[in-house]
Design a protein around this ligand. Structure first.
Ligand code: MG
Length: 389
């Protein structure tokens, strides 16, 4: 029996993880559930999965929940950290969105928990620290991101002195094929309408800008210890090949399945075993063909900015991430346009004086400094738009 804590249980990944747990009750038991503020859904999950503790990082939501259940409800950031380090759990699914996932992920690692990592921002902002702490505490960081799970699966038994390249696939998102000027007026509603994957709002916008793939390049660098030039990206609109590994002899191994996040989640939970019946079988005869092309970094420059941040290293990836979170938030709120997202990221990176990233403190400083710069830039754009409309 594997005892699991799920951080971010009311989000898209958290809900899928619970579906996997529900399918294999003899293997997995949920002992801790943590979310941000959706107390109604968390209450339903508590009734169904009977965890030993629950946590809501929003104190008001925690108060609302605590009267309705006999399960202890932990509150605030501190409550989240307690859920992340809960002694009854041996495995933590880290599925909180954004930079907010870094601190609980690090805390879980330092408490000796193996990690199923869906929170890519933890590796983007502080990958060296996260991976070195994982080594120090002897814990496994298993990828839940579908691309990294694919690479992990392709490399199984061939890792260690791997000398080839990896090829991350990108669906291209809902605006694939559009030129920069056609993206000017697109709405948040259009951006989150992903053709293949059902995901949360933030990652759906990241997918539309190609920033998601940029963040994944940085994530892959840390997970597989590869330099940026050996991490390639190809657009593959069918989302059937989840990523590939190219060996020095020219052989390419790909991992394929229907696009369903339950597959990489189940693999992280059960590795090295494979669980049948979690996702539907892939019917390859349904496809006329699988296509691959180079990404259009003219219309979608976020991918280039991510490579740049990775090459510069230090605090720069944390700045890239913070600017992106701020800009995506503003775009979802209707305050800025789609093309303002890359512009804000580029400008925020230009304003930042890169430092070496030695400890958590320097990540937090870089993050908050970048958020401040970005929000000033967002404010200027908002004012300009007000004058126009
Ligand atoms: Mg992914």
């Amino acid at each position: 029996m594997k005892n699991i804590a799920i951080l971010g249980s009311t989000g898209s990944i958290g809900k899928s993880a619970l579906q996997v747990v529900e399918k294999y009750p003899e293997r997995f038991r949920v002992v801790a559930l943590a979310a941000c503020k959706n107390h109604e859904l968390l209450l339903e999950q508590i009734k169904r999965f009977k965890p030993e503790v629950a946590a809501l990082s929003d104190p008001e939501a925690a108060r609302a929940l605590s009267g309705k259940t006999v399960v202890p409800v932990l509150s605030g950031e501190e409550g989240l950290m307690k859920a992340a380090t809960y002694e009854g759990a041996s495995f933590v699914v880290s599925a909180i969105v954004g930079f907010a996932g870094l601190a609980p992920t690090l805390a879980a690692i330092r408490a000796g928990k193996d990690i199923g990592l869906a929170n890519k921002e933890a590796l983007v902002t502080a990958g060296d620290l996260v991976m070195s702490e994982a080594g120090r505490y002897g814990v496994k960081v298993l990828p839940v991101d579908s691309e990294h799970s694919a690479v992990f699966q392709c490399l199984n038994g061939n890792g260690g002195d791997f000398r080839g390249d990896i090829i991350l696939t990108a669906s291209g998102g809902p605006f694939l094929g559009k030129r920069a000027e056609e993206l000017e007026g697109v709405t948040a509603g259009e951006a989150i309408n992903h053709p293949n994957w059902r995901m949360g709002r933030k990652i759906s916008v990241d997918s539309a800008t190609l920033m998601n793939k940029g963040l994944e390049v940085i994530e892959a660098h840390h997970l597989f210890n590869l330099p940026p030039e050996r991490i390639k990206v190809l657009v593959h609109p069918q989302s059937i090949v989840h990523s590939m590994v190219e060996f020095p002899d020219g052989s390419i191994i790909a991992q394929m399945s229907v696009p369903d996040m339950k597959a990489p989640i189940a693999y992280a939970l059960s590795w090295p075993e494979r669980l049948p019946g979690v996702i539907p079988r892939l019917d390859l005869t349904r496809f006329d063909g699988l296509s691959f092309s180079k990404p259009d970094t003219g219309a979608f420059p976020c991918l280039l900015y991510a490579y740049r941040a990775l090459r510069e290293g230090g605090t720069m990836p944390a700045v890239l991430n913070a600017a992106n979170e701020a800009a995506v938030g503003a775009f979802l709120a209707g305050e800025i346009g789609f093309n303002d997202i890359p512009a804000i990221i580029k400008e925020t990176m230009a304003l930042h004086a890169r430092r070496d990233l030695i400890e958590e403190k320097s990540v937090i400083e870089a993050d908050s400094g970048a958020r401040k710069s970005s929000s000033e830039l967002i404010g200027k754009i908002r004012d300009k738009r007000r004058k126009i409309f």
